[in-house]
Design a protein around this ligand. Sequence first.
Ligand SMILES: [Zn+2]
Ligand SMILES: [Zn+2]
Length: 316
Amino acid sequence: MHIKLWGVRGSLPTPMSSSEYETILSRALTEARRLYQEDPSRTADQIFEAIPDPMKHVIGGETTCIGVNYRNTAILIDLGTGSRKAGEALAKRQDLKDIHILITHTHWDHIQGFPFFAPAMNPNMTLHFYSCVPDLHNRLIRQQHPDHHNIRFEELPCKTRFTTVKEGEPFQVDDLKISAQPLIHPGGSTSYRMDKGNQKFVFATDTEFYGPELSMLVRKYDEFFHKSDLLIIDAQYSLPEAEMKRGWGHTAMTIAVDCAMHWDIGRLGLTHHEPSHSDDTVRELFARAKEYLEANNPHQHRMELYLAREGDEYLL
Ligand SMILES: [Zn+2]
Ligand SMILES: [Zn+2]
């Protein structure tokens, strides 16, 4: 499985502001000058290479869309605004006739990119939708009502198929076994697990692990998440925000780390970043989550921790 993150921001698309960009650029130029003064024989490429990662890579402002390529099979999880670029990439694959789309839920940030999804304009393309939402088709029709968009869903040239999936009833895409698990989120959300042999990838966003019942929740979800090779999970908040926004359906970074340690996860990706957080704030929260993992990991847990950034890729 080749996994690519096309959108990692939560709730609302969040383009970087000019002032935030200026701050990062100014830091990069200062660092470049220091590197040059240290060794004037360095080329521009070598200086760029030596500049720290946060000055070169943004976290990204597109909302949730995850690409999974397995052999020649194309799968997407969610159609947030990141799906516009995912669609452009998929539209270039001349051989591609089917795309499988798993929808976690239909909050705007998980479907809003679909009206701009290029493969939907291809009459030779079939889009296979999977969701726990029984009326997903109607919800997508509503999203493209002429009051909101210039092309109706029913007028799209592509063919569409809808499958309602259920907890405890895995289904097959290519030879991947896919299972669904309801999460804790206002209006509901679904986690998807993909099994191939002994490899396991789980995507679980828009879920709230918090409160006095946390240890019970960790036990309840253990079977589904246990020993995932890669888990990408909602980690929108700081701990004080999670307390302030109880019932909003999202998890604090440190709690996500805590839960993942219990589930014996191999690699943990933290996603669905809060739109009001700057890149600096998200990176600060991530640094604290890393410290938390190191401080609370007396048994040298094998887990590797990743901050999900737009464009990041994982191989499984
Ligand atoms: Zn969301
Ligand atoms: Zn949501």
